[in-house]
Write a protein that binds this ligand. Structure first.
Ligand SMILES: Cc1ncc(COP(=O)(O)O)c(C=O)c1O
Length: 394
């Protein structure tokens, strides 16, 4: 059938390049190839046992029906209490919390609830691949502002100000970042929020990697800075990355009552609720926070060791330069010295050496590649040797 039958939305949307690389690597593996996969954006650990147990209990108890569209009341309340403690919410008001089927869907609904035709959305690059596509699906226009490694991959208030037009409605922030692992410090984040308030911008703060931090780094939630910030920041997060629950599909969104209600309405008409029994697993995590954070600490020991193994290995390869990340589980080395586009580099690397990485192009930053270290030490060591061989052949 010709694409004539497709809607403008469907014709316009690009498939997720990160999922595509992962699928390609998995297909090669299934065909018997020895692939070193650095493409996956998911922790390689199992979900903590007590969370799985709570979900299994919910299933055994017959919690298999529809739940309230914006989430289980007890989960929304537990999250509202937590976000109130963080200073993101002025009161522990559960009406300001929506539980969605994944952080991805929280982002999409945040954009859909606030932006439409004629609106511009500022997206700092390198960006998570889905933001521009989501903005386009909302009928709005993505405006990309590049922050390279020379500025730590962090956008400055000056760059934001230069990119503003009367149509600018929303600024997207993602700290710690996918794909760079960079983290804004308090002063940097405050300067951006001051500008956002002065220029009447909404901010979507995607904090999905908020607990995956290294070198004693601290995550700062922009909504917690002031009353005005609480009003205009939409805080998105979720359970996928923190608790290795990618397949559970559970995201969160916290916003002022008007936006939270609009998001809940959009969700009620498009998916109804996030999976009911999965939400009981999430509830166990939030209600047993100490145990949940201990599980995260246990994962972080491995992530941190792998981060440093990969970082040192990359920086030892002539021609590659990689910044030390502070969060998430990605590194974003510069490969522009080899004279190939990042797509050519990653395609050839997979073809010649069976190493799967994602090209920086996918994240709006050619000249870089993204490697996820949510994989074993053995794969990292083998991958570095192959990458070194590949680079010396160029
Ligand atoms: C920056 C960022 N935001 C949101 C998500 C969405 O996560 P999920 O939908 O699995 O909760 C991801 C996942 O890759 C991400 O990297």
């Amino acid at each position: 059938m010709s694409s004539h039958y497709l809607s403008p939305w469907a014709k316009n949307i690009a498939p997720s390049p990160t999922l595509a690389v992962d699928a390609k690597a998995k297909a090669l593996k299934a065909a018997g190839e020895d692939v070193c996969g650095f493409g996956a954006g998911e922790p390689d650990f199992d979900t903590p046992e007590f969370i799985k147990d709570a979900c299994a209990r919910a299933l055994a108890e017959g919690k298999t029906k529809y739940a309230a569209a914006p989430g289980l009341p007890e989960l929304r309340q537990a999250l509202a209490d937590q976000y109130h403690n963080y200073g993101v919410l002025a009161d522990a008001n559960p009406a300001q919390v929506v539980v969605s089927p994944g952080g991805k869907y929280s982002c999409y609904l945040a954009i859909l609830a606030t932006c439409g035709p004629g609106d511009e959305v500022l997206i700092p690059a390198p960006f998570w691949v889905s933001y521009p596509e989501m903005v386009k699906l909302a009928g709005a226009t993505p405006k990309i502002v590049l922050a390279g490694d020379e500025q730590g991959f962090k956008i400055t208030p000056g760059q934001i100000e230069d990119a503003l037009t009367p149509a600018t409605k929303l600024l997207i922030l993602n700290s710690p970042s996918n794909p760079t692992g960079c983290l804004y410090d308090r002063a940097e984040m405050e300067a951006i929020m001051d500008l956002a308030i002065r220029k009447d911008l909404l901010v979507m703060s995607d904090e999905i990697y908020e607990y995956l931090l290294y070198d004693g780094s601290i995550h700062h939630r922009p909504a917690s800075f002031s009353k005005e910030a609480q009003e205009r920041v939409i805080t998105v997060s979720g359970f996928s990355k923190t608790f290795s629950m990618t397949g559970w599909r559970l995201g969160t969104l916290v916003a002022n009552p008007t936006i939270a209600k609009a998001v809940a309405n959009l969700q009620s008409q498009t998916t109804s609720n996030a999976t009911t029994f999965a939400q009981y697993g999430a509830l166990a995590a939030v209600q047993n926070w100490e145990a949940a954070m201990q599980a995260v600490q246990d994962m972080l020991v491995h992530f941190d060791r792998r981060r440093l193994l990969l970082l040192d290995g990359l920086n030892a390869i002539p021609g590659i330069e990689c910044l030390r990340s502070q969060g998430a589980f990605y590194l974003f080395p510069k490969i522009s010295s080899f004279g190939l586009s990042s797509e050519q580099f990653s395609d050839k690397l997979l073809e010649n050496e069976k190493v799967a990485v994602v090209s920086g192009h996918a994240f709006g930053a050619d000249g870089y590649i993204r490697l996820s270290y949510a994989t074993s030490d053995e794969v990292i060591s083998k991958g570095i040797s192959r990458l070194e061989k590949f680079c010396s052949s160029l």
